[in-house]
Design a protein around this ligand. Sequence first.
Ligand code: ADP
Length: 742
Amino acid sequence: MVNASLANQVEQLTAIINAVPTAVIVVAPGGTMTLVNHQAQQLFGYGSEELLGQSVDMLLPQRYRQAHPALRDSFQTQPSARPMGAGRDLFGLRKDGTEFPVEIGLTPLETEEGTLVVSSINDISERKRLERRFRATIESAPTAMVMIDAQGTMVLINKELERLFGYQRDELLHHKVEMLLPPRYQAEHPSLRSGFFAAPQARRMGVGRDLFAQHKDGEEFPVEIGLSPVQTDEGTFVLAAIVDITERKQIQDAVKESEENFRLMVEGIQDYALFMLDPKGRVASWNSGAHRLKGYDEAEILGRHFSCFYTPEDIQAGKPQKELEIAKTQGRCEEESWRIRKDGSRFWANVIISALRDKQGKLRGFAKVTRDFTERKRLESLFRATVESAPIAMVMIGGDGAIQLVNAETERLFGYQRAELLDKPIEQLLPERYRPGHPAMRTGFFATPQARRMGGGRDLFALRKDGSEFPVEIGLNPVSTEAGTLVLAAIVDLTERKRTADATLQQLNDELGRSNVELQRFAYVASHDLQTPLRNVASFVELLNATYGQLLDDQGKDWIRRITQSVKQQQLLVKDLLEFSRVNAQSHPFERLPARQLVDIAVTLLESSLRESHAEIQCGELPDVTGDRSQLVQLLANLIGNAIKYRSDAPPLVQISASHQDGEWCFAIKDNGIGMEQRYLERIFEIFERLHDQRAYPGSGIGLAICRRVIQRHGGRIWVESSPGQGSTFYFTLPEQPEDKA
Ligand code: ADP
């Protein structure tokens, strides 16, 4: 039975509990439910008639039912508003038999019937789920994490923290976080902690100071700690993420140690980013060049993975990791590609990554040098474009002779596709016969590279893909690049030019030939016709002298002597000129002749002057030669004659010898005469070139010109070595198989 006032109270209470958003059940002292609101019916899945008057234990899982009455009684003896369960996990039981986590608040309500208990029940399934997820996330985080409450008690730790500090979880949970600090920091820590809780916000701990943690074994290690406040129903907690920076510190220390060297090394190089990565690829140090080049501050980039410098395409392709892998296995990785600055802009980077290892060979991290090659790339593209569009074939080769670049004209000229040439040896473009000797020449060029014409005057030929050859002219230019010296060869096809040149040369030769023949004919006729009047003058002067010589006074006699001398001189000149013009005009066919015999004939011709001068002729062993007998005799007579004529005070000694080299005979006629100055050595072979006065040494200045003609006709060369007072040696060569060049 419920009296009026109670009924009244119940009515009011029902209105209230139906208005609140949580499930509410009012329980009488004996444990029976006297009121349940809609939310409670919904939560447990019962209708009100199924609940009212029943024991509240029916809403508890079976395992708690036995203990429940006693707990209820204890509440009755000390009724106060409080949460039920004192920290234990509570569960409700639905009509369908499923359990769910709950949170229950108890409020005593004094009535005439005794103390009623108003219990508000919250389904905390969702919160529990989130909490589980939160814990799982923390548990599996690769970073050591610990959550503490405002008193510094550790309420949550993860596996990585256990590993890092060497403790078991139970040794840490519900203990003060200070146990993870080196003793010297423990005293000041609680006040710092309170400071954080007073104004909690996510931040780096101990900014500017070096932080240290202490392992269970007492060993200290440097750390970096991030703090994040976590708001929960139970108040504010702090989640601390602790990173062991031993490795990073080692790298930084190493950097500091050699900082001076570094500074000197990078000084003045503006586009140089130099930084370190830890073994996992996270940035561990940062220099000012890196800041300039990439735009990141040291504070924001330290600890970030270096893949943030790569383009999305490269990241997609796994390039950052691949490059570390190469550096790790090969010690170094160099490459060029696009990179990204903090502001998103791209630059063409030359990157060198080197692995850093300690003495034991353990990987400590990586040093990375990045340079901005954007401008260089632009110039290179420009260079390539220029080469590509040049109207001349251009080929660039490296020191190993491999083709690195060809232009469109090269493809056209040689008939290859570009891909058939790149990376192939340059010798592919040479006729077979030049290939063996080419690498040595190439090495020679690379040894002292300078822009020059190739081939030093030799005719050069190139080979097309179809096997045909063509004459070329090649200009070589060294190009210094990062990768060492390369050579850019410009190849000009001479086919057309050669054709025109040959035609022109032929024409000139024909003309020259014609005028030579005319000239020789003139010289022959002139000198021949001059001989008769000269002979007449000589005869009449002789007659005059014989007949009237006695009548003449000294003056007259002197004149006669002078006329005679001039006529002799004139006759000599005419004779020599006639000889000279005959060299080509009256030549005899070549024959095989013993040179010794030719010398003997020449000596006979010189009989009188030999005798007069007491000259000695020494003749070594001489070969058989092929040539024009009378011309060769004349050549020898001229040379031996000169050797005697241009004698010094000593009796003349003429030594004749011959040696064989490169398919020709080289003759030497050596005298002990007056010799001559260096500057005349070439000139004396010119016609009418004489070094002496007629009175000192009579002559026409034609003898050596005749010698040169004879030798030219035989396809040889003639020259002299001499110095004043030292005698002279005249050399001439005769090919073993001369072709008549008349
Ligand atoms: P030349 O009729 O004057 O001898 P060549 O043509 O034979 O004419 O010689 C030209 C010049 O070369 C001579 O005048 C002489 O000065 C010089 N010469 C030729 N042979 C000798 C020699 N064996 N020793 C010194 N000088 C020589």
